[in-house]
Design a binder for this molecule. Structure first.
Ligand SMILES: [Zn+2]
Length: 227
């Protein structure tokens, strides 16, 4: 079983500026007022929001979605955030990073996607900069299945939870999925503390995927807090 390429992309006729025209279901990508990603440079001091993780991500599957590498887990795990329980759904990567700070983007952004009953999402984002040496995230971000659209199960367990710097301050705001259909039901939590990624691992990712960061979107009066 392989995955099919989506009908949208990150460049040309099917790039971000055209998403809303590709299908009616994607209209929100242009008409929405709570779109993501955003620049985080204007954040104001705010609360942390109570967040705790309980991941049990033992059996991982790497899936080539054609636009990114997705990591699935069975069993998954959960996150408690704002008093609601969210199930871990999947993680995936964007290079360069999507959320910028003062217009500057990190080299890589990992999205840990969680879903609450009813479908609302809470996404934890962690930014990574290229640095020498070895890094916890390297074998994940370089785990691109050999076959385009392919899936590969990973035998060894990996501690994904340690990739999230839980003691860090957090940027928080309400936004959307950053890919079609751009649904506006996402609580974003972007960690201020960053991780590091190896240049070779990042190159293994970018060899397969075109730059897959949606441009930053207008805040439209939204407040971003940092605390
Ligand atoms: Zn994403």
């Amino acid at each position: 079983m392989t995955t099919s390429p989506p009908d949208w992309s990150f460049s040309g006729d099917t790039g971000p500026d055209a998403w809303a025209t590709i299908r009616p279901e994607y209209a929100r990508c242009a008409s929405g007022r709570l779109q993501s990603p955003v620049d985080l440079g204007d954040a104001v001091e705010g609360g942390r929001g109570d967040l705790s993780l309980s991941y049990h991500l033992n059996r991982l599957t790497f899936v080539d979605l054609h636009w990114t590498l997705q990591v699935l887990a069975d069993p998954g795990g959960h996150m408690s955030y704002g008093g609601r329980l969210h199930e871990f759904a999947e993680m995936h990567f964007h290079a360069p990073a999507e959320h910028s700070i003062g217009g500057i983007a990190a080299d890589l952004e990992a999205h840990f996607v969680h879903q609450a009953d009813g479908g609302d999402l809470a996404v934890v984002a962690v930014l990574f900069d290229v640095a020498p040496g070895t890094h916890d995230i390297d074998d994940l971000v370089a785990g691109v299945p050999a076959e385009p659209g392919g899936k590969e199960q990973v035998a060894a367990s990996r501690d994904i939870q340690r990739l999230i710097p839980l003691r860090s301050r957090r940027y928080r705001y309400m936004g959307s999925r950053t890919t079609p259909p751009c649904s506006e039901n996402v609580s974003w939590i972007v960690m201020e503390d960053r991780g590091t990624v190896g240049a070779d691992a990042l190159a293994a990712f970018t060899r397969r995927y075109e730059p897959n960061a949606r441009p930053t979107q207008p805040l439209n009066g939204r407040t971003i807090t940092l605390g």
